[in-house]
Design a protein around this ligand. Structure first.
Ligand code: MG
Length: 252
């Protein structure tokens, strides 16, 4: 965490609003997920996401954020994150990461998942499974009394145990009345470092996992991160509250 920055502690009322925001997001994500099939474009996913979010009287949190032009980040195969929706057709054998954010009455939630399209090769299948489990493992560490980097370390050890790598350039983040709050949550590092986690903190935990090198390049559009070796990448994310009763996933 940067010196002098504090991690906001949410009130009961804040947590209820964030839960509502997360519920809207997860219900939108379920519907968007169902639309994924060979032949649709990443732009189709974006349009559907926006329509569904607006229908819930919420706003798309990414649209316009630092100039991002779309509702959804849709990242295909070697794209890690921040894929800009376009008329690109999704094909059988692709893996597609969908990242969505909702702003409901000023309360933000953030969620991502990676899905196989039709039949995908064994490596991509394993990559998706390991990244999904890495998120679960990170979430289990999000309890008061643990250190922030216990989340980071558990994700990295799990992922590297399968010979995959964790992305360094992008990290998870606190979330609440802004899309990005303190702290930054890397998916790598030593255990037992950084601030202590406390009840009322809300964290967007988001492992980004590559088959090959962790290094990435940024596309000419200035946004989309792509693996340097062109091998596949996966991304899962939930918005999670640290509570007295343990971690509570707000986006499910
Ligand atoms: Mg995020």
């Amino acid at each position: 965490m940067r010196r002098g920055q504090v991690i906001p502690i949410k009130s009961e009322k804040d947590l209820l609003m964030l839960k509502r925001s997360g519920q809207i997001l997860s219900s939108v994500m379920r519907k968007v997920q169902k639309s994924l099939r060979p032949g649709i474009t990443t732009l189709d996913i974006d349009r559907l996401s926006e329509e569904l979010i607006l229908k819930e009287n919420a706003l798309a949190a990414f649209k316009g954020y630092k100039g991002f032009p779309a509702t959804a980040c849709v990242s295909v195969n070697e794209e890690i994150v921040h894929g800009i929706p376009e008329p690109r057709v999704i094909l059988e054998g692709d893996i597609v990461s969908i990242d969505l954010g909702v702003n409901y009455q000023g309360y933000f939630s953030d969620m991502a998942l990676t899905l196989p399209v039709g039949k995908v090769d064994e490596t991509k299948k394993k990559l998706i499974e390991v990244t999904r489990k890495a998120l679960d493992i990170g979430i289990k560490q999000a309890r008061s009394g643990n250190y922030l980097s216990d989340i980071s370390h558990s994700i990295q050890s799990f992922v590297e145990g399968y010979g995959f790598s964790v992305v360094r350039q992008f990290v998870g983040h606190g979330i609440g009345t802004a899309l990005h709050e303190e702290p930054e949550i890397p998916n790598f590092g030593e255990a037992h470092l950084g601030p202590l986690l406390k009840s009322g903190m809300v964290l967007a935990i988001e492992p980004m996992v590559n088959v090959g090198t962790w290094e990435c390049i940024i596309a000419r559009n200035g946004w989309t991160a792509i693996t340097k070796d062109g091998l596949a990448s996966a991304h899962f994310e939930h918005t999670v509250a640290v509570t007295d009763k343990g971690p509570v996933i707000l986006t499910e």
